[in-house]
Design a protein around this ligand. Structure first.
Ligand code: CP
Ligand code: NVA
Length: 323
């Protein structure tokens, strides 16, 4: 029995796992797959993709299930509490078993270290479907959406307001600078990105001509921005802090007054689920500058491209249309 070659397998655990050129390749492939929705079959067989959830989900669950089917594969969705993963055996042991049965592992979980242990022991690609630290699949969809509406990414200014210490803030920062965008992150003192993440973003920005601004001043982040983004103030697992958080982030709400500070043609992103009247006003999310429904749809196209690209980069599939 030959040992699995875990060294050559590509994973997507954090936004910077794709180089700037690779991120552009995935977005190009996503756009091609959106045009030719049923034309790519890298999972034909069908091969199985296991999709594990330790936290709840609507978009991630449905977009992976639909995307896997559209690529010719079969999705195995494992809901919270339904498997031994992370409880009754080591993550490394689970990874070794899964790699013998499925072609890709997708996992929504809490600790980033769990995903890292899974990837280190996996002979198939591992994809982060949201952790406490990052939501990189969401950012591929967000960037695809901005590119569709603005025609480009590099050189645009993207402002994120609100809980600036959460997974979405970190991913906006890292994925945005990878795309060459000027990323401004605004939140209250004590709820800004950790220094290690800011340093990683600045290093990537130096490669792409991007820039990073971290501020407590929402107006500074918004001034002339081409893209305005926000996320819930109460992430999964923080429900006990809800009342305090609703007060803490109030000055960072994306409402009509905030949007007036951005470029008049700015587009508004929210990964959903949204809490109208808190992190985003109803007339903004339901207004003409909102692109949140395109953003949600693009989860499907972006993740199909990501799965195909990772398999191809790992030598496990080809990227050609089925023809
Ligand atoms: N945006 C997002 O990941 O949504 P779900 O939590 O519904 O998957
Ligand atoms: N920050 C949010 C994103 C939900 C898609 C959370 O982690 O709950």
């Amino acid at each position: 029995m030959t040992a699995p070659n875990t060294a050559v397998v590509r994973h997507f655990l954090v936004d910077t796992d794709l180089s700037p050129a690779e991120q552009a390749e995935v977005l190009d492939l996503a756009a091609a797959m959106k045009q030719d929705r049923y034309g790519y079959r890298p999972l034909a067989g069908p091969q199985t993709v296991a999709v594990f959830f330790d936290k709840t989900s609507t978009r991630t669950r449905v977009s992976f299930a639909a995307g896997i089917a559209e690529l010719g594969g079969s999705a195995l969705i494992v809901n919270p509490g339904e498997s031994q993963l992370g409880h009754k055996e080591s993550i490394a042991d689970s990874a070794k078993v899964l790699g013998r049965m499925v072609s890709t592992v997708v996992w929504r979980t809490y600790a980033q270290s769990g995903l890292e242990e899974m990837a280190a022991n996996s002979r198939v690609p591992v994809i982060n479907a949201l952790s406490d630290d990052y939501h990189p699949c969401q950012l591929l969809a967000d960037l695809l959406t901005v590119r569709e509406h603005k025609g480009k990414l590099a050189g645009l200014t993207m402002a994120y307001l609100g809980d600036a210490a959460n997974n979405m803030a970190n991913s906006y920062l890292l994925a945005g600078v990878t795309a060459g965008m000027h990323v401004r992150i605004a939140g209250p003192e004590g709820y800004l990105p950790q220094e290690r993440i800011v340093e990683a973003a600045r290093a990537r920005a130096a490669e792409t001509g991007a820039s990073v601004t971290i501020t407590t001043d929402a107006g500074e982040a918004l001034a002339g921005a081409d893209v305005v983004a926000t996320d819930t103030w109460v992430s999964m697992g923080q429900e006990d802090e809800k009342a305090a958080r609703m007060e803490l982030f109030r000055a960072y709400s994306v409402d009509g007054a905030a949007l007036k500070l951005a470029d008049p043609d700015a587009v508004v992103l929210h990964c959903l689920p949204a809490y109208r009247g808190y992190e985003i006003a109803a007339d903004v999310i339901d207004g003409p500058q909102s692109v949140v429904w395109d953003e949600a749809e693009n989860r499907l196209h972006a993740q199909k491209a990501l799965m195909a690209w990772l398999l191809a980069a790992s030598g496990l599939a080809t990227l050609e249309p089925a023809g």
